[in-house]
Design a protein around this ligand. Structure first.
Ligand code: ATP
Length: 298
């Protein structure tokens, strides 16, 4: 478990982190989202020890993070850090060795990682000859070659095609399953929605929401239910029901209720009434997308 506790940091008189606390649980993928300039990279740099925050601390398994912990972090910096003239495989092996991995082991892992992210055919190309997306894949291999116990990735999915996103995700999930806390920032909210188990939302240097991704979505989706009916007019005359969305799969209604249990009970009652009127092809709680939560909390 990685714990960030009450980090504050200013550049000059501009406060960019203000009492920031959040957890990155072992075995979970934690998505770190926030608008441009919200403070994600600064927080990540503070975890890495690349900046010394004005206040606060970082804990690993309940004790202050050590230089050895930091050396062992798999970090993918925002500004990237590959040598353009070096060949891809050579570079991964080199970074592995820098982290103390014996050359032969690093070479084996490099081959495995390159295969996993489907870059093996470019293994002997120079980095500068790769497309940006392929450079990104190489960068991910570099961050993983020493089998890090903690992963901090600044925008690891930017510029990747959907197949590459899946491939990288699978590798990250494996590291998480091996017990590593994984923190990744992203502006691609639909990707974060799909990939993250946990979510941390930062706005103007403050944490504005944090917790289980699904739980957060549920909290922001109280009373939203999808009814797969062709004609929702009878539903919509109810005084506590209003239409939130309508599409080819039916209608999403917002039920005005004081809590989740009351909303659920009312939804079941409405469902029974609809079934009496005719076929209902589908019925489910509807979760708002992350974009909605993001707009609500920022
Ligand atoms: P983005 O999504 O655009 O990458 P971010 O959430 O990662 O943004 P940071 O890079 O942490 O945000 O920046 C937070 C604030 O700190 C911004 O206003 C930025 O301009 C400022 N900042 C970052 N680094 C420095 C620096 N070295 N000197 C002065 N100001 C800085």
């Amino acid at each position: 478990m990685l714990e960030v506790r009450q980090l504050s940091h200013s550049y000059g008189d501009r406060k960019v982190l203000d009492d920031v606390s959040f957890d990155v649980a072992a075995g979970r993928l934690t998505g770190f989202v926030g608008a441009n300039g919200a403070g994600k990279t600064t927080a990540m740099r503070a975890i890495l020890g690349l900046i010394r925050p004005d206040a606060g601390e970082v804990l690993v398994d309940g004790r202050p993070i050590t230089p050895a912990d930091r050396t062992g972090i798999g970090y993918m910096p925002e500004e990237r850090g590959l040598y353009p003239k070096m060949r891809v495989r050579e570079q991964i092996v080199y970074f592995g060795e820098l982290h103390g991995v014996p050359k032969q082991v690093a070479a084996r892992r490099a081959d495995d990682l390159l295969e996993r992210v489907d870059l093996h055919e470019r293994a002997n190309d120079k980095v500068e000859d790769l497309s940006l997306g392929n450079q990104q894949r190489a960068q991910i291999c570099v961050a993983l070659v020493h089998e890090p116990r903690i992963l901090i990735l600044d925008e690891p999915f930017s510029g990747l095609d959907p197949i590459a996103v899946e491939a990288v995700l699978e590798v990250l999930r494996e590291r998480a399953a091996a017990g590593a806390p994984v923190l990744f920032s992203s502006h691609q909210l639909e990707v974060v929605e799909k990939l993250s188990d946990e979510l941390v939302i930062i706005s103007h240097g403050r944490i504005v929401a944090a917790g289980g991704r699904r739980e957060l979505q549920e909290q922001h989706s109280r009373g939203l239910y999808r009814f797969g009916v062709d004609d929702p007019s009878a539903l919509l005359v109810e005084p506590d029901v209003r239409e939130a969305k309508r599409d080819a799969d039916g209608v999403v209604v917002a039920i005005d209720a004081s809590d989740d249990a009351a909303a659920e009970a009312r939804a079941q009652q409405l469902l029974r009434a609809e079934l009496d009127r005719g076929p209902v092809r589908g019925f489910a709680r509807e979760l708002v997308p992350l974009t909605t939560i993001f707009k609500e909390v920022r």
